[in-house]
Design a protein around this ligand. Sequence first.
Ligand SMILES: NC(=O)C1=CN([C@@H]2O[C@H](COP(=O)(O)OP(=O)(O)OC[C@H]3O[C@@H](n4cnc5c(N)ncnc54)[C@H](OP(=O)(O)O)[C@@H]3O)[C@@H](O)[C@H]2O)C=CC1
Ligand SMILES: N[C@@H](CC=O)C(=O)O
Length: 428
Amino acid sequence: MKPIKVGLLGLGTVGTGVVRIVEGHQEDLSSQVGSPIVIERIAVKSLDKQRTISIDSSKLTDNPLDVIRDPEIDVIIEVMGGITGTKEYILEALDRGKHIVTANKDLMALHGSEILAKAQEKQCDVFYEASVAGGIPIIRTLIEGFSSDRIMKIMGIVNGTTNFILTKMSQEGASYEAVLSEAQELGYAESDPTSDVEGLDAARKMAILGTLGFRTNVELEDVSVQGISNVTKEDIQYAKQLGYEMKLLGIADRQDDQLSISVQPTMVKNTHPIASVHGVFNAVYVYGEAVGETMFYGAGAGEMPTATSIVADLVAVVKNLKLGVNGLKAIVPYKLKKLKTEEEIAFKNFILLQVADKAGVLAQITQVFAEFDVSLASVVQTPNEQHTDAEIIIVTHDASQANMNKVLKHFEGLDVIHRVKSVYRVEG
Ligand SMILES: NC(=O)C1=CN([C@@H]2O[C@H](COP(=O)(O)OP(=O)(O)OC[C@H]3O[C@@H](n4cnc5c(N)ncnc54)[C@H](OP(=O)(O)O)[C@@H]3O)[C@@H](O)[C@H]2O)C=CC1
Ligand SMILES: N[C@@H](CC=O)C(=O)O
């Protein structure tokens, strides 16, 4: 039987996993698609690099165009990352009638519609399951499993690196820097881990999930983003004491046709299922109008989980290829989006204040909340025997972001408040 020939762009963490699965599960894969699958050529940056798997060196090239322009190759798997350059390779491959499987959320979040439009024009498949939440088949689930429902809310822990860091800080008291290095060594982090820790990677994934979940065109700039680099061990401990877990949470919700999408460190009530997602694990919680609550859980990064999603996409592409059809994951926005304003976005807040320890302080502070119509759920002053500065922890009821910003602005002019130490969204 004529083999299906695959070109691989990239042989790093994910690419290596792809080779392992294609070789290790060959019999099972070929029985599903009806022909052997062969990785024909592989593009890498450096031909001299030591690899953790043995590869026939004649397959390697340091020029991705050798792979894309090989007439024998039917499918390109892109796991080299990057945006400029990589986008051109993918567009050229599509022009040449090759189907694409990619893990590249950066590219799909920024240029997904252009790439998918080209795929449609050329009647090729572009599948990108591995681009969100590593080994969890969430893209397929949103497109197919939820096709009959109206999704109202998506909440996701969609970055493995930051969840790994927050978990180790919380459970082992480890330092942020040490755990970040460990995540890099384990192959979880991006080549520039700033995009992990500053929330950009999660924002890109939320833009993809929002687009698919709400069937509209969510752009990266629609997602408000805050990362975890300012989260302290103290914040995490306070969260625990109050019955919360600190998570970098992507939250996309809608009311009628109005959307809001954000990524930010969030204190999640420990009774919520997403609060128990630890380490490199990811979870995507989806609330559908008809189905109600659902949650999808699994490893969000790393060699084999990510490669599992890639090879599953490869199987889907090959099945389509044999049937002569395209299972396009096309994004067809059916409605114009309307983003909620600061006045319309409302949630609970945790605020940690460093204040003067003297009579009347609490009254002054609560007065500010009252002035801007922010109702308080709890106020706790931490014990302070020395009568130096005290710490006050406040949790609000749902408050509009605009009103909360006014409260925080007002605090700047209040002498008794020496520092606003932390402000977090609270969920659950
Ligand atoms: N790591 C993970 O857990 C996950 C990663 N992803 C995404 O998958 C993609 C790959 O990630 P990952 O495997 O971790 O990345 P790595 O940095 O481990 O691997 C990148 C690979 O691409 C090769 N490469 C880079 N630039 C070029 C170039 N210009 N020409 C040819 N080859 C090139 C590198 O070559 P060389 O080996 O010679 O350096 C390397 O083999 C990224 O888009 C990432 O965001 C998605 C989900 C999870
Ligand atoms: N750096 C990413 C890798 C997977 O997308 C993460 O940590 O989640």
